[in-house]
Design a protein around this ligand. Structure first.
Ligand SMILES: Nc1ncnc2c1ncn2[C@@H]1O[C@H](COP(=O)(O)OP(=O)(O)OP(=O)(O)O)[C@@H](O)[C@H]1O
Length: 314
């Protein structure tokens, strides 16, 4: 398990991460979600030892992460960094070799991954000749080619069509299933919702929520209910304690205490057929909007300074 303990990070006088603590469990996919400038990439760079935390520490299975451990990490950076003029098969083989895999093993692994990601027939093509989505698949392969013990991916799904998302999800899921911790960031909340086991939501450089997808949905479900009846549901509006959110003919969504909701159900049954009556659970997108609303965004800060290479760790 990877754990952050009270990690903060400042660039110059500006603190962009404040006291982050969360775990990335082995064998589970952890989605790291936050708006632009929330601090996801900075956090990932600290996990990878590319940046040094100003305070706090990062551990792998309870021990500080040293250089040897870092070499077993797989990372897909936000800024894509492969060689545009190199054949993709050769490029992946080369990367695997850099991680110490022997020549035939490296070649086999590169070929397997390209096959799995739908790029088998393109192995001899130069990266630059591929569409952006296919280049993205090669980036995914590059993060996986040395069979990493930890996988950290910054926006692995951006620019992928739905079929490619499914392929990448399958391959990443298989790696997690081998018992490695996987942390990935994404703005595609529908994909995160479908894919991840655990979620970490960051806003304004602070962790705003962590938990399993179901825990978060339960915690944010509030008292909203859906009723679909056999006839018009306009009468729901008249029940004391009910606040109607949506009303469309025989379908209503409303907020009410559980007691009032039961009253609505009884009334609905007394009026005739009830097709559906259930609590409405929020989507991840709704939870995310709830949580990050009104958060100041660092990028809106007029005093924001830009890159300071002196901040980068050696
Ligand atoms: N090298 C740097 N020097 C100064 N400020 C930085 C540096 N790197 C990041 N920041 C600032 O830190 C904050 C967090 O940035 P970060 O890139 O981690 O956000 P993010 O959540 O990955 O955003 P996005 O989703 O847009 O990629 C931003 O305000 C950014 O401007």
């Amino acid at each position: 398990m990877i754990s952050l303990h009270g990690v903060s990070k400042s660039f110059g006088t500006r603190e962009v991460l404040t006291d982050l603590s969360f775990d990335v469990q082995r064998g589970r996919l952890t989605g790291f979600v936050g708006g632009n400038g929330a601090g996801k990439t900075t956090t990932m760079r600290i996990l990878l030892g590319v940046l040094r935390a100003s305070r706090g520490e990062v551990t792998l299975d309870g021990r500080p992460i040293d250089g040897a451990a870092l070499r077993t990490f797989g990372y897909m950076p936000e800024e894509r960094g492969l060689y545009p003029k190199m054949e993709i098969g050769e490029q992946l083989t080369y990367l695997a070799r850099l991680h110490g895999i022997d020549k035939s093993g490296a070649k086999r692994r590169a070929g397997d991954l390209l096959e799995r990601l739908g790029l088998g027939p393109r192995a001899k093509d130069k990266l630059e000749s591929l569409s952006l989505g296919n280049q993205q698949r090669v980036q995914v392969a590059a993060a996986l080619v040395h069979d990493p013990d930890v996988l950290i991916m910054d926006e692995p799904f951006s620019g992928l069509d739905p079929l490619a998302v499914d392929e990448v999800v399958t391959v990443i899921g298989e790696h997690a299933a081998r018992g490695i911790p996987v942390l990935f960031s994404s703005h595609q909340l529908d994909v995160v919702e479908r894919l991840c086991d655990d979620l970490v939501i960051i806003a304004g450089g602070e962790i705003r929520a962590t938990g399993t997808r179901e825990e978060l949905r339960d915690a944010h479900s509030g008292d909203r209910w859906e009723l679909a009846a056999g006839s018009d549901t306009g009468w729901v509006r008249e029940i004391p304690g009910v606040e109607v959110d949506e009303l469309a003919g025989d379908h209503a969504v409303f907020s009410a205490s559980p007691e009032v909701a039961q009253q609505v159900l009884r009334d609905a049954v007394a009026r005739g057929e009830v097709a559906t009556f259930r609590p409405v659970r929020p989507t991840l997108g709704e939870i995310f909007r709830d949580i990050v609303v009104d958060q100041p965004r660092h990028d809106d800060d007029p005093d924001a300074t830009t890159s300071t290479t002196s901040e980068e760790a050696a």
